[in-house]
Every structure is written in C-alpha cells, then in structure tokens.
Design a protein around this ligand. Sequence first.
Ligand code: HEM
Length: 298
Amino acid sequence: MSWSILPQWILPGKAAETPTESKPTNTIPNVSTKSQDYSVAAEDEGDREGTPKAEPARTAIDVPTFALSEVDDIEPISEPTSPPATSFPALNSAQRASSMAPPPKPAELPAKKPIAGLMAPPTRLPGVQRAPPPSSASSLRLPGTGPLPNRGPPIGSQQRISSSLSPNGTAVSVPNPRGKVLLSPGHSPMDWAALTRSGNLAGVPMFQRVTPSELKRMTGRKGKPAWSSWQGKVYNITPYLSFHPGGEAELMKAAGRDGAKLFMEVHPWVNWENMLGSCMVGVLVPEDYGVKGLEEID
Ligand code: HEM
C-alpha cells in the first residue's frame, strides 16, 4: 500500500517522511483509560520535527462537558410539589379510627329500607322458644341417652383386666360379661408372647404323629399333659393354661380333643396358630395309621 496516496494530515509522522520504512510507528495514543491522555499524546506528536501539524478544528460543535465535581454545583432537582405534610396519623388511618367516637348503636342506625327484589325476613312468632345454636362445646357433651362413645377396649376386655392382675399369682375367676379372669402377675398376653419366643413349649423332642386315641389320653390329668387339636394339628396347651384370659377351666374343656368348635364359639378372632405355634406337638393321624403302615411293609 502506498502512503503517498493518502493525504498528508492523516499519515503517521515518520511514515510520511520515510515511506520505505517497513513499520510505521504506531502513534495512536493510549486511550484505554483516560480521555485526557489523548490530548497529551496529540501535543507530543505535534512537537515532533517534520511532523505535519494539524490544527484541531476549533469550529467543531461544542460538546457539553460534564465533570463529577460539578455535580455539587448542580441545582438539586426539586421534588414534585406535594401538599403540606398532614399530621400523623393520617386522617383515614386505623389509629385515628380507634380514637374516634364509637359507631352509632344499631338502634340509632336509620331503618334499613328493603332492597328492591329481596324478600323481607320472616317475622318471629311470639312465644316460640328457639333452640340455642349448636356449638363445639355441645358436641363434646356426653349424650344423656344412648350408647357411650367408644373409648378404649370394651369393659371386661383383656386390656382392661390386665391392668389389675391378681395379687396372689393365680388366675382368678371373676364374674364379667365375657368370662374373663384376672391373670396372675407375669401372665399377661405380652408375657406369653415373650415366653413363646424363648423356645419350644411342645414338651416333646420332635414332631409326633398323634392318633385320636392318643390325643384322648392327654387330658392334663394324672400327670399327663393337656393336648388339643386344631385343624389336624396337635398342640400342648398346658403351658398356656395360666395365660389364658378366659381361665384355665375354660381352656381345659378343649383338652384331649379337637378344640376348634369351642374355640370358634368363643373368640373366632383369636389366632390359635400364632399364639400356640411353639406348643405344636405334631399332626393328627388316623387311628390305624401305624398298623396299616406295618401291614403294608409285610
Ligand atoms: C386353645 C386355644 C385357645 C387360645 C389360644 C385362647 C386364647 C384366648 C384369648 C387370646 C382370649 C382373649 C380374647 C380377647 O381379649 O378378645 C381368650 C378369651 C377367652 N377364651 Fe380362650 N383361647 C383358647 C381356647 C379356649 C377355649 C377352648 C375356650 C372355651 C372352651 C375358651 C374360652 C375363652 C373365654 C370364655 C374367654 C374370655 C371371653 C372373651 O375373651 O371373649 N378359650 N382366649
């Protein structure tokens, strides 16, 4: 690019004189930070020998200048004219309202004119007693008649009885509508549950095949254990006798026989298998089970 074709006043100083120089001096002042640097640099440039002097066009449009220091001198912008401050609190504030005179009593209110299109309220019959409005307090009151609300276990249930165990350590028969007994201390349903977790309560080393005649002999008397069957399985009910909420005598009715019928008559909601699982002796087999087996072998 030839420098000679450019007007003199835009050529860089040295470059204009020695166009053969490979690198034109960068004379662009550093304007990165302050604008005043530019003017200083421009003066330096003008002082150089041989440098064409370009007079700044003084006729340029005056750019209004602004300096921060002048800000203080600027007349503060007057705020929009507002009405003179009213006294506190405001006229329509709640504070004023509270100190104001109370509103007129309903009796003093002017009689309301019936609004067009709406019916007038029904007139009250003289002498008719109106019931008090239902309140939350009235719903808490116990009804004078009818059943009491369900609160806790029913009267006579095991939960209520177990809170008053027999003091002398024996199951005591007490008259109550469901035939519950007082269980001796340490014989609550919780105690039984703990005992069943402790180990095998069947009283036999391994599962047995029990014939009906054999079951019949296990009555809990004459030193024999009490066994009872339930759905083809035989259980030793002896350990449970003192834990039975219905009493030992009731439970003994099932000894030496199938107890399902009696059991289901009294408390079908009780889970026999769960409660007596650790007391299982074996399974009930037909009377001739062993004999048949031996005959088949022969
Ligand atoms: C052999 C297995 C049995 C077990 C595991 C057993 C268990 C129970 C349990 C847990 C209760 C308390 C029920 C409750 O609080 O709701 C109870 C109560 C009672 N049981 Fe048994 N029972 C058995 C057999 C029998 C038998 C054979 C009879 C009667 C012949 C009987 C008569 C009663 C009676 C009268 C009550 C008290 C009333 C009641 O709770 O409804 N139980 N028994």
